[in-house]
Design a protein around this ligand. Structure first.
Ligand SMILES: Cc1cc2nc3c(=O)[nH]c(=O)nc-3n(C[C@H](O)[C@H](O)[C@H](O)COP(=O)(O)OP(=O)(O)OC[C@H]3O[C@@H](n4cnc5c(N)ncnc54)[C@H](O)[C@@H]3O)c2cc1C
Length: 330
């Protein structure tokens, strides 16, 4: 690991000023992703500013009925929170589907959002990777790409976003609250993560030095009827091949409201706007769910080893919608 300076922040604005002033400075949350990358040589920060002592560890109700989740709230605390479990079950389920108990005890809300891809080529500093070393090439494109993207990829990068939590937050229309040198800004979560395009090194729209302070969930009746389903190689301790976060409200046999996001298939959590549009007002039947899944995956472009993800994504969505319709436990 390269040598680095360590500081513990006690004031958010000062932390922003410290990191903004040095191009190679970073914030530290639970360290479960960043420290691994420092060990591997994927990240070589000169200054690490620990933000876990900032007063962002609370889950609070908002006046409009929503919920504010502090950036420092640990994944295990968020998953276990009574309000989250009853009003936003998809979020609790997504968190519990990720990592392990020990990791969730350390991992923070902000760190989880900003964890980096698990693409094996990104994590191996001996091979080319445009995300790690812009312009060096993409080893996954012609390499082993079973885990990679089927939607929204570019000629530069086919990596997928690894976070389960972020998929649920996208389905819930969360807002990311950020503090920068110019003050606070609020970013709808659907606009927070990026597709790779020509600059795959940038995972999100955050500017250098911007600190996530909170994530806000809007009040949402449909969110109470939501669930997360993750398909993976092992029953635990494995990243998603495909995952689906969905919320569904059915009235008189028709879909009144629906929210859907996919994980494991794109460089960002994938909001399924086509499937949602196809479902609103449609009969709440398996045939409607089949059509919606078909519409969403119509533009999918598989790589050599991951064509299986297309039917897997379609079938997982249908299955989850059927379960939500029946009110069955997921
Ligand atoms: C073996 C293993 C298995 C895993 N399995 C899963 C899984 O199945 N599903 C899943 O979703 N995740 C999984 N994870 C990833 C885990 O969820 C992440 O490592 C964790 O959520 C990162 O949170 P952290 O607080 O430790 O972030 P850190 O490692 O501290 O930071 C991650 C990034 O966020 C930045 N950052 C941290 N806080 C802030 C802030 N407030 N503002 C701005 N930037 C900030 C850091 O600079 C860094 O770039 C796994 C990890 C491991 C090691």
């Amino acid at each position: 690991m390269s040598p680095f300076d360590y500081e513990r922040a006690i004031d958010a604005s000062a932390a922003v000023a410290r990191v903004s002033a040095r191009p190679n400075a970073v914030f530290l949350g639970g360290g479960t992703n960043l420290v691994d990358h420092m060990r591997l040589g994927v990240a070589r920060p000169e200054l690490v500013v620990d933000v876990t002592r900032l007063p962002f560890a609370r889950i609070e109700p908002l006046r409009d009925g929503g919920v504010r989740i502090g950036a420092g709230v640990r994944n295990s605390d968020l998953a276990a929170d009574r309000t989250i479990r009853s009003r936003y079950p998809v979020l609790s389920q997504a968190l519990l589907a990720g990592a392990s108990g020990q990791l969730r005890n350390l991992a923070t809300t902000a760190g989880n959002l900003l964890q980096r891809t698990r693409c094996a080529y990104f994590q191996d500093v001996t091979v080319p990777c445009n995300k790690r070393e812009p312009g060096s090439g993409c080893s996954a494109m012609e390499g082993h790409n079973r885990d990679h993207a089927i939607l929204g990829a570019s000629a530069q990068c086919v990596a997928v976003h690894p976070s389960d939590m972020a998929v649920a937050l996208v389905a819930l229309d969360a807002t990311v609250v950020v503090l920068g040198r110019q003050g606070e800004r609020r970013i709808p979560i659907a606009d927070f993560h990026r597709l790779p395009g020509d600059s795959p090194q940038r995972d999100s729209v955050l500017e250098h030095g911007e600190l996530i302070t909170a994530v806000e969930l809007p009040a949402s009746p449909v969110a109470a009827k939501s669930a997360y389903y993750k398909v993976r190689d092992r029953a635990s301790y494995a990243f998603a091949l495909v995952s689906v976060a969905a919320a569904l409200q059915v009235s008189d046999g028709r879909v009144e409201e629906v929210r859907i996001a996919f994980g494991g298939i794109a460089h960002k959590p994938w909001r399924a706007t086509r499937a949602e549009a196809s479902l609103r007002g449609a009969p709440a039947t398996d045939e409607s769910y089949r059509r919606a899944a078909q519409a969403e995956l119509a533009d999918a472009k598989p790589l050599k080893h991951n064509a299986f993800k297309i039917p897997l994504a379609r079938n997982t969505l249908r299955m989850l919608l059927r379960q939500l319709t029946a009110g069955a436990p997921t």
